[in-house]
Design a protein around this ligand. Structure first.
Ligand code: ARG
Length: 492
């Protein structure tokens, strides 16, 4: 077993397994081990360029680092003998390259700026993956909306039949919410992708380092200026977890509807078998378990956010070990959110909507009563409140037709509507689901013409979001490739 080079000078006494496990971040560090090597390589290239480290030592270190980069961080670096992966990799490096060379990598830095840089590097990859999942999900929603511009269904308020709408309109509501989720995450990315390197413990360092150079090598968009803030803050992680929690709330509301819609009470949707489970006792059952787990993951992600918030509240400047406890929540939150969205796209694209069943519910519960009141306003110049009362009274008396409307009008205004010329056909037209929906053709409304426009606009926005995600990914991978090429030249 390698000696822990960080502890050996100051501390002695074998730690019990309990202490080691309690203090170790090793499990969560598996997520940042790859990023740690990149941070090491950038730091070494910078030390070499600044002549803080000589050529031969730099070459010796770089060869070991690139070796690990090629084969993966060796398992011995993950031993719980080390406090964390930073101590693990440095100890393996020193054991391999010798202390004369390997013992120089940590010049001018601390694990505090190192770990913050690693978290930011891994987090930006997670964000980019999430942005892609959001783009994919939105394109599934738009494709589905396109097919269902004339699929009528009931719209609800208070989960009571309210007014007719279309499935396209309903799906577009979610697409719009997910596009705001995209914007929030995209905004957070700008604050994640900045380099804390050079902050060292918090007060920077007396060596002639170049903070901008390490930032450029790693594809960061710049540095975090104040070095105390650079190691102390995890607000970037809070922001991402907050955006993801809000996104999961959108997801959960959609999942709730998928659960409701797949119940035989509603019968609006049939989810494909791979996303469902059956019962160990009731052989007829097909349960929407994926949607249920996804609804529950909202609690897990929001829990990760809450934990992270509370871990950071009340911490004095600058680095405190408490911060280590936040990181596993971050990775759990991002993974749960990414997996949820990826599965949601698949679940939606494989779902079958029973449009006949939906349509049969669209007018139920006198869902077009508003249209009848609106007709009375337009046709007889009644105040809306009077028309609302007449229609409400007719509904109260049992149903909506010419006779009940006449009776209601007599009770409320003293005269019937027939006296003013109301015909049976007019009532039937006003009650029609198709007529009701078609009349709501304002921007963002349910009319098929309005949803066609909304889909076209949403597609434009989606294309822009897709290309901005592509350019983020390209910028990042180009920077890393360029840095590794530079590292390769040094190691030759
Ligand atoms: N494992 C630590 C973390 O995740 C790395 C930084 C340790 N720094 C320290 N001063 N003990 O935060």
């Amino acid at each position: 077993m390698q000696e822990d080079v960080v502890r050996r000078g100051r501390l002695s006494g074998e730690r019990t397994q309990g202490i080691k496990q309690f203090l170790s971040s090793m499990d969560a560090d598996r997520s940042i081990a790859g990023a740690d090597l990149l941070v090491d390589i950038a730091h070494l290239l910078m030390l070499k360029r600044q002549d803080v480290i000589d050529h031969d030592n730099a070459v010796a270190i770089m060869r070991v680092l690139l070796g690990m980069q090629g084969t993966g961080v060796p398992e011995e670096a993950f031993s719980d003998h080390f406090e964390d992966i930073h101590a693990g990799i440095e100890s393996v490096l020193i054991a391999t390259a010798g202390e004369e060379a390997g013992g120089r990598l940590h010049i001018g830095r601390s694990r505090n700026d190192e770990v913050a840089a690693c978290i930011r590097l891994h987090l930006r990859d997670e964000i980019i993956e999430q942005l892609y999942s959001l783009v994919k999900l939105r394109s599934v929603l738009l494709a589905c909306a396109e097919q269902h511009r004339e699929s009528y269904m009931p719209g609800f308020t208070h989960f009571q039949h309210a007014q007719p709408t279309t499935l396209a309109h309903h799906l577009l509501a979610y697409e719009q919410a997910f596009s705001r989720d995209f914007d929030r995450l995209n905004g957070a990315y700008a604050r994640v992708n900045r380099s804390p390197l050079g902050a060292a413990a918090f007060a920077s360092t007396g060596y002639r380092i170049d903070r901008d150079y390490t930032a450029t090598l790693l594809g960061f968009d710049g540095i975090i200026m104040n070095t105390m803030d650079a190691v102390a803050t995890r607000d970037f992680a809070l922001e991402v977890l907050s955006a993801l929690s809000i996104m999961m709330v959108t997801t959960s509301r959609l999942c709730e509807e998928l659960v409701l819609w797949s119940s035989s009470f509603t019968g609006f949707i049939s989810l494909s078998d791979p996303f469902c489970s059956t019962s160990s006792i009731m052989p007829q059952k097909k349960n929407p378990d994926t949607a249920e787990i996804m609804r529950a993951k909202t609690g897990s992600v929001a829990g990760a956010y809450t934990a992270a918030l509370i871990i950071t509240k009340g911490l004095p400047m600058s680095y405190n070990r408490d911060l280590q406890e936040l990181t596993p929540h971050l990775w759990r939150g991002t993974r749960d959110a990414i997996m949820s969205l990826q599965l949601l796209s698949g679940m939606l694209s494989g779902a079958r909507f029973d449009t006949n069943r939906m349509k049969s519910e669209a007018g139920r519960g006198m869902a077009t009563a508003t249209d009848v009141a609106d007709f009375l306003v337009r046709e007889y110049n009644l105040p809306f409140r009077t028309a609302h009362s007449i229609v409400g009274r007719a509904v109260k008396n049992g149903t909506l037709d010419k006779t009940t409307l006449d009776d209601a009008a007599r009770e409320i205004t003293g005269t019937t509507l027939s006296e003013r010329g109301l015909t049976e056909e007019q009532v039937i037209t006003a009650l029609s689901v198709e007529v009701s929906v078609a009349s709501r053709d304002h921007p963002g409304g349910p009319a098929p013409s309005a949803t066609a426009e909304a889909i076209a606009l949403a597609r434009e926005r989606l294309n822009m979001d897709h290309s901005s995600t592509e350019s983020k990914k390209l910028l990042v991978s180009h920077a890393i490739e360029t840095m590794l090429a530079e590292a390769g030249r040094l190691a030759q």
